[in-house]
Structures are given as C-alpha cells and as structure tokens.
Design a protein around this ligand. Structure first.
Ligand SMILES: Nc1nc2c(ncn2[C@@H]2O[C@H](COP(=O)(O)OP(=O)(O)O)[C@@H](O)[C@H]2O)c(=O)[nH]1
Ligand SMILES: [Mg+2]
Length: 607
C-alpha cells in the first residue's frame, strides 16, 4: 500500500491531436501497466466511437506503478483527457481530482486555443504544470520558437520546457521523472471540519454496470474506503459498496481505496438519479455510523453544472418507446455529466425529450452512442439555441423553434466570447470570416508565433459550420475556444419548411430577419438534393409568418415497378419494395414524420 508521499495524481491536457493519448501509451508501456503484446495506439481511447473517429471523448483514469530514479516506487494515477472544446467539462472535472498536469503543446502547431483555456483551468485548480512540446521526431525547423513561446506563456525559462516525442518515446522518461519530482503528493486527509474519522471521496465520473450497478469514479480526499456502508450527500441516500478498486485501466478490485488515491466504488444502486457527478461519498472509519455529523457540511466542493449551448429534441421512432429513450439518456448521463434533458411533447411527434448539448460534436456523439450502445431509433429536431423572448408582456426562454411566437415584442440572443489562435499567414483568411459569421473583433495580439484574436459572436453562428470553415480556411492551423457571454437584443424570425403541404417541425428554425430570404431559398434547394424521391412529386416550401419565401419540387420517381409479371422470380421482392414505398408515402404524407438525419441538419446549417 502506497503511503501518500509515493502517490502522484496528474492529467495530460492539450488541444485536440497534440498527442495526449499517444503519450499515455508510452507511459503505460514504460510502467508495464499494459503488456507490449496487448498494446495498441491510443490504448485509453477504448470506446469504439473514439477509435473510429480518432478522438478522445471520455476522460480515462489509469493507475500505474513506477520505480523512479530515486529508487522509490510510486503509484502514478494518470487521467487522459479529451481536447475538443465540446468536452471541456470532462477536462475540468479531471483537474479537480489531481495535483499536477502535463501541458502538451503540438510542436507542429504551436500554442492553440485549448492550450490556453486548459492552462487557465489548470492554474485555477492550483495544479503544478509541467509543459512539454511534442512531436520532436519530425525535426521541425521552428521547434525552438514553440519552446520559447511556451516558456513565455508560463513565465519560465525555455530550458524548463520538456521536449518529447510521444511517438518514439524520446524524452518521455525525463517527463515522467519530472512528474515524480515536481507534482506534490496528495494533501493529507486531516480536515478543518473536525470530522477526521469520516472518509470523503469526490465523484468525478460514473458509469453503469449491469451487475455492480452504478460505478462512481472517485478521488479520495480523506480516510479510506472498503466495502462498507456509505452515504451520498446530495441525494441523501445510503448504500453498501459492492466493490472498490482501481483502473488498470480495466476495473481491478482491491480491498481498500486509501487517502489521496483515485479509483472506483461500485454502489450497487440502479437508479441513475441517485448518483450525481460532483457529489461526495462519506463513510465512517470507526463504525459508529455518521451519527450526528451534519453531512451536508462535510461535502467537498463539487462542480459547476455546464451550460448547454444547443438544444435538440428527440422523439422515439420505430420499435423504440418513449421510456426506452428516456432510460437510454439517463444511463448515458451517468457517463456524460454535461448532458441535460427535460420532457417535451410535440403535437405531431408525440412525447419526447428536449436535450441540451455543449456543441454539435457533442450532439453527434450522443446520437451515435444511443444508437449503438442502446439500440434506439429516434427522430431529432433542428439544433437550436435558447432565445429570451418578450411576448404579450411576458418574458420567457424559448429553446425550441416550434414554440417561437409569430410577433414577439422583443427578442434577446446569447453571445459568446471567442478566442481564435492562428498563425500569421492565415490571419487574413480568418479575418474574412468576420462578416460571414457576424464576428466583432476586440483585440489581436501575439502569442509566440501565433496571433490571438479576441472577439464577440452570436451563439447562433457557432452552431453553424463555423468549426469546419475555420479549419478549412487555415488548413487546420487556426483553433478557437468560446464561453457564453451575456446576450443582446436581436431581430429574428421563425422559418418553417413545408413538405407536401405539411410543416415539418424538425426543420423549423430561427434566423435573423436579414437572412430570411436567402436561408429559405437555400434550405429548399438543399432539401431538393438531399431528400429521396417518392412515387409522387413533392412540393417543398419555405415559409415565414404565413408568407411563402421560396419553393422547389422533387419530381416523382420513374415508375419501374409496374411490370411485375415479366420476371416472376422477382415479384415478391418487388411487392415488398412497393409496400415499403407505400409506407414511406403514408409517412411522408403525415408530413411531420419525415426522417431528417443529423447529416441533413449539418448540410442545412452550412453557410
Ligand atoms: N510524428 C508524431 N506524431 C505524433 C506524436 N504524438 C502523437 N502523434 C500523432 O498525432 C495524432 C494525434 O494523437 P493523439 O494521441 O490521438 O492526440 P490527442 O488528441 O491529444 O489524444 C495521431 O495521429 C498520433 O499518431 C509524435 O510524437 N510524433
Ligand atoms: Mg486523445
């Protein structure tokens, strides 16, 4: 059992694609945590979706044992983190479970937007930061410039910045030694509240297991935990732990979790609403029970709930029932604390859920996970942001375009503070995006070789193809982060799309008045390309306040199915196909249930 002086808890933080997960691979190898024969690239990206997309979505904790150069053995608890801004909440929770962080800078790109926002978060959490410039194997001519910029950013000497290659392993041992040397051991468990007999652990993540129930990923801040009776502060509920243990990186049972350590507690609880991320688990060490201790006063500082920026409604479809969909979301929420949802119903689509996401990527990932992990089928509404509206003297928040009133007295829209980092040569291309996306720049300054642009932009622009456009104009070299920053009055209106005489609620959205005509026309033109042909011709119209702005027609499919008799063998297949098309027709004529895929939304959102 490791004494606290021999524990190091740390994260790897960086902008996406800097090589965090690859660096974690080298650490897993060096410490013999994963045997060479089982090693695969980005080992900690274990979700099939992560492997497919080549990105980290979930933070991944792993416990390693390391015999350091000082002759002592250390327990090294590493948490690998995602780099995309949609998953920043994962990073922020990991920061509060550790004492140190490796800040990785991609040597090919220099300081990027998430480098800055992650660094700010880590500094706020009081972490000891160890900077390292990665990808030195590429023999980059400007690598020294990146090292200098990193040193300047942190106010240290260039010689204090590590140079590594996560790919070849060069410099990685020195980096791990630095973690041992500079990251402080966990603080002692003695607390100021006078309840030193009570063990405390912070839940920084959770997941669901059919046998062990809800598993809480915890950082122990005082005392120790075995399989005893425990108490959850926020839900004021108790349970007897089924198992405690570590991540290696698979769950590995252990008799106890000690002060300062990172591991898991299997609660046996099955009700997702009982286990909150950010809650404190308490247990009594001298078996007198928690007794009179005022439990809420013993709670560790939890987490601020993240503010969702984009709202999308989900409705069950096909075999999926509303309760299945709700259960799916509840289980996913255990594993994704940034997800929020509330009941919702729509005349045409029935009972559903209004779901808040941290961005487009977050939405896409959750949709895929619902389909793959829970076998659910569903329809979704157009991605929308929340507008504050004054109508008939009342002020309320509208999260769904369908609910938007026709003639509101006033509307306010949310804004974001934007930070864009770009190399000099792409500055003009990035500045050209200003008018397209309604960006107001307040300041441009140098950060090393790159330029930092600070600006304000309406949130509605962020959920369009802003991300893709930024990447393409800068060949992937410009990056950005944002935070919500108040609101301003705006002139927007509801745009509806009518397919075969029925409004398709899933396509209703709110657009600025000045863009109404253009957006209406563009939408029906795109839909004409995207929607499949049917047995009959389909009229597409864009409408606002009862006025038709644009129209297109999808011509009927050529009749190929009429001559059943000719080659008999095919008849049943054709009958089937024909029936299917009839069904599609009924469905389409019901208007509301036209199936709009996230890809179609994405197309329509493009400028
Ligand atoms: N040449 C080179 N490529 C690297 C190095 N480290 C990571 N990469 C590559 O960079 C890409 C992103 O790596 P990944 O570990 O997924 O980055 P993460 O998003 O920060 O976790 C992958 O294609 C890696 O193979 C390195 O040291 N040298
Ligand atoms: Mg990664």
């Amino acid at each position: 059992m490791a004494a606290m002086e021999h524990i190091r808890n740390f994260v790897i933080i960086a902008h996406i694609d800097s090589g965090k997960s690859t660096l974690a691979d080298r650490l897993l190898e060096m410490t013999g945590t994963v045997p060479m024969r089982s090693m695969q690239a980005q080992y900690l990206d274990r979700m099939p979706l992560e492997r497919e997309r080549g990105i980290t979505i979930k933070m991944a904790p792993v416990r390693m044992e390391y015999a350091a150069d000082d002759g002592k053995k250390y327990v090294m608890n590493l948490i690998d983190t995602p780099g995309h801004s949609d998953f920043a909440y994962e990073v922020s929770r990991a920061l509060n479970a550790v004492e140190g962080g490796i800040l990785l800078i991609d040597g090919t790109k220099g300081i990027q937007a998430q480098t800055l926002s992650n660094l700010r978060g880590a500094q706020k959490a009081g972490l000891r930061i160890i900077p390292a410039v990665n990808k030195i194997d590429l023999a980059l001519p400007h690598i020294e410039k990146v090292v200098e910029a990193t040193a300047e950013l942190l106010g240290i000497e260039p010689s204090e910045v590590f140079r590594v290659s996560a790919k070849t392993g060069a410099g990685v041992k020195e980096l791990l030694e630095a973690v041992v040397k500079f990251v402080p051991p966990p603080k002692t468990g003695h607390s100021a509240d006078g309840h030193d007999n009570i063990s405390k652990a912070l839940i920084f993540d959770s997941m669901y297991d059919d046998h062990k129930g809800i598993i809480a990923n915890v950082r122990v801040f005082g005392g120790e935990f075995g399989t005893e009776d425990m108490h959850l502060v926020a839900s004021a509920d108790g349970f007897k732990a089924k198992e405690v243990g570590y991540f290696s990186p698979d769950m590995k049972a252990s008799p106890k979790l000690l002060t300062g350590e990172i591991g898991y507690i299997a609660t046996g609880l099955k009700e997702p609403e009982l286990v909150h991320i950010g809650d404190t688990i308490l247990a009594n060490r001298d078996s007198t029970g928690l007794g009179s201790a005022r439990k809420s006063e013993l709670a560790l500082p939890g987490y601020r709930e993240p503010a969702p920026v984009v709202f999308i409604s989900f409705y069950p479809d096909g075999e999926t029932k509303f309760d299945d969909l709700k259960r799916g979301f509840e289980k996913l929420r255990l594993n994704d604390a940034a997800l929020s949802f509330e009941p919702d119903s729509n005349e045409a689509l029935g009972r559903g859920l209004k779901v808040g996401f941290l961005g487009q990527l977050h939405f896409e990932i959750i949709s895929s996970r619902l389909e793959r992990e829970y076998n659910l089928t569903f329809l979704t509404s157009f991605p929308s942001i929340a507008y504050r509206v004054q109508d008939k003297g009342q002020v309320f928040v509208i999260k769904q375009p369908q609910d938007f009133p026709d003639h509101p007295e006033k509307v306010w829209e949310p804004l974001v503070n934007l930070e864009i980092l770009t190399p000099q040569q792409y500055l003009s291309a990035v500045l050209n995006m200003q008018t397209v996306f309604d960006i107001e720049i307040s300041e441009v300054k140098n950060i090393g070789e790159n330029l930092l642009i600070q600006a304000v932009m309406p949130l509605r622009e962020l959920i369009r193809d802003f991300d893709d456009r930024m990447k393409s104009v800068s060949q992937g070299y410009a990056s950005f982060t944002y935070e919500l920053a108040g609101e301003r009055e705006s002139e927007v209106e509801k745009l509806e799309i009518v397919v075969v005489n029925e409004v398709v609620p899933a396509l209703t959205r709110i657009v600025p008045k000045k863009d109404l005509e253009r957006e209406g026309r563009q939408t029906v033109e795109r839909l004409k390309e995207l929607l499949p042909k049917a047995q009959f011709s389909q009229a597409l119209q864009a409408k606002s306040l009862g006025r038709i702005i644009a129209r297109e027609t999808i011509p009927a499919m050529k009749k190929e199915l009429g001559n059943f008799g000719k080659n008999g063998g095919d008849r049943t297949r054709k009958m089937k196909l024909w029936k299917k098309q009839e069904k599609g027709k009924e469905r389409l004529q019901a208007g509301a249930r036209v199936d709009i895929s996230p890809e179609v939304f994405r197309e329509i959102l493009k400028k």
